[in-house]
Write a protein that binds this ligand. Structure first.
Ligand code: PMP
Length: 282
């Protein structure tokens, strides 16, 4: 297995982190997870754009153009023979004596990427998953894909301990997003999901779904919805790079639609698969 470290593809076991890397000490960096189907990167341009934007929003400037990054990631895929799986990529503010203040001078950011083999979650896609509700205790810049994930981890762990796949977070009565996914409901036949502002991550999968809705005349709106609306929803599903369009069939032990995925969710799964075929030829 190989990893990418600052522009070079090296043995993964040789890719080492300094104890004073700011990502390691402060979570001072941002990341992306890119899905690979059939050896091809799905929605790569969108992921690279978000990566650059996240980095810029905390004052890290990448030393590579999107074209250079694309070439580096392609080479990594080939080296690792990745057919189905994920690429994990992160950039940190680099290595400097520990200090909350950003380092001055020419500290180069640390860029790392590696690959993880993994099939599509076919069982979850077919039968759906269960979720819990939990108060969103995170900061107010959830739009940045930051390495600081403690709030998300605590939420996901709570779900896992209750035998559930995801934690649906809410700020007071307003549903925000999952611990590692965006949340959608269907109400009166309309797909509703939280608007992309500072309170959620603007999911690449979410944007693909919004686009598919518009192109296929499925009514859709981005707006905040409440816990009450979630409770009364006709259908609920989540989206992410790795989970695609996953039906949610129960929340806090209460079944949704008798515990079976709904028709609009299934339609969007079908359309999403076609999109994968279109981009990656599977
Ligand atoms: N919200 C959060 C908090 C996430 O971690 C993720 C997964 N990256 C998402 C939403 C979904 O984003 P995407 O569709 O780009 O994977």
């Amino acid at each position: 297995e190989f990893a990418l470290l600052n522009g070079e593809i090296i043995e993964r076991s040789e890719a080492k982190v300094d104890v004073e890397d700011r990502g390691y000490q402060f979570g001072d960096g941002v990341y992306e997870v890119i899905r690979v189907y059939n050896g091809k990167m799905f929605t790569l341009a969108e992921h690279l754009k978000r990566f650059v934007k996240s980095a810029e929003s905390i004052g890290i400037s990448l030393k590579y153009t999107s074209e250079q990054l694309t070439d580096l990631l392609r080479n990594l895929l080939i080296k690792n023979n990745l057919v189905t799986g994920n690429i994990y990529m992160q950039v940190t503010r680099g290595i400097a004596p520990r200090n909350h203040v950003f380092p001055t001078g020419n500290v180069p950011p640390t860029l790392v990427a590696y690959t993880i083999k993994g099939v599509r979650p076919l069982d979850n896609l077919k039968t759906g998953v269960r979720a819990i509700l939990t108060e969103d205790i995170r900061w107010l810049r959830c739009d940045i894909k930051s390495l600081n994930l403690l709030g998300n981890l605590l939420a996901k762990q709570k779900a896992s301990e209750q035998g559930c796949f995801e934690a649906i977070q809410h700020r007071g009565q307003d549903v925000t997003e999952g611990s590692s996914s965006n949340i959608f409901i269907v109400k009166n036949g309309t797909v509703i999901t939280h608007e992309s502002n500072n309170l959620i991550l603007k999911g690449i999968t979410k944007d693909v779904i919004l686009d598919l809705c518009i192109k296929n005349n499925i009514p859709v709106i981005e707006r905040t919805f409440s816990l009450a609306e979630l409770d009364e929803a006709e259908e609920v599903f989540l989206s992410s790079t790795t989970a695609e369009v996953t039906p949610i069939i129960g929340i806090n032990g209460k079944k949704i639609r008798e515990g079976v995925p709904g028709p609009i969710t299934k339609k969007l799964q079908e359309l999403f698969e076609k999109e994968i075929e279109k981009q990656c030829g599977v």
